[in-house]
Design a protein around this ligand. Structure first.
Ligand code: FEO
Length: 169
């Protein structure tokens, strides 16, 4: 049976994942307005993955026959200035999400809720990938600079990202 405290923290994580989707959508709109459609695509695909992350936790809680407590989703801060600044915000945000996931794993262990510990393991791996992908883009932006020619090339690359439904495995 799922622990009460783990149930509570997982409910909070649903909110964080949907907030992440909102944040990425806001970023996508910013890039779209700049005419950086590849960057807009990348962040929009990420927004959809965040919805999947939220839904996977939702389904887990439903499968555990527990109640779902959906909370209000905050409005994201949209103080965006440049691709570099946005990707630095993304990295900062993903590190925050990683620390939330770490806290869930820690609490599950503390509460001897091994099913939830096993469940959250997938998210621990997912966060490594999310931080790596963001870090790689920051490296490219640093390497090639914020000039139009290099932005054009990075934009072209980010346009290739395709959404694939994130399945829990
Ligand atoms: Fe679902 Fe980007 O963490």
């Amino acid at each position: 049976m799922i622990s009460e405290n783990v149930k509570k923290i997982l409910n909070e994580q649903i909110n964080k994942e949907f907030y992440s989707a909102y944040l990425y959508l806001a970023m996508s709109a910013f890039f779209d307005n700049m005419g950086l459609y590849g960057f807009a695509n990348w962040t929009k695909v990420q927004a959809r993955e965040e919805v999947d992350h939220g839904m996977i936790i939702f389904d887990y809680l439903v499968d555990q026959n527990t109640n779902i407590e959906l909370k209000q989703i905050d409005v994201p801060d949209t103080d965006f200035k440049s691709p570099m600044q946005v990707f630095e915000k993304i990295l900062e945000h993903e590190k925050y999400v990683t620390s939330s996931i770490d806290a869930i794993a820690h609490l599950s262990l503390e509460e001897c809720d091994l099913a939830s510990l096993n469940f959250i393991n997938w998210y621990l791996k997912e966060q490594i990938e999310e931080e790596k992908n963001t870090g790689d883009i920051i490296t490219k932006l640093k390497l090639f600079g914020d000039e139009q020619a290099s932005l054009y090339l990075i934009n072209k690359e980010l346009a290739k990202r395709e959404y694939k439904k994130h399945e829990y495995s």
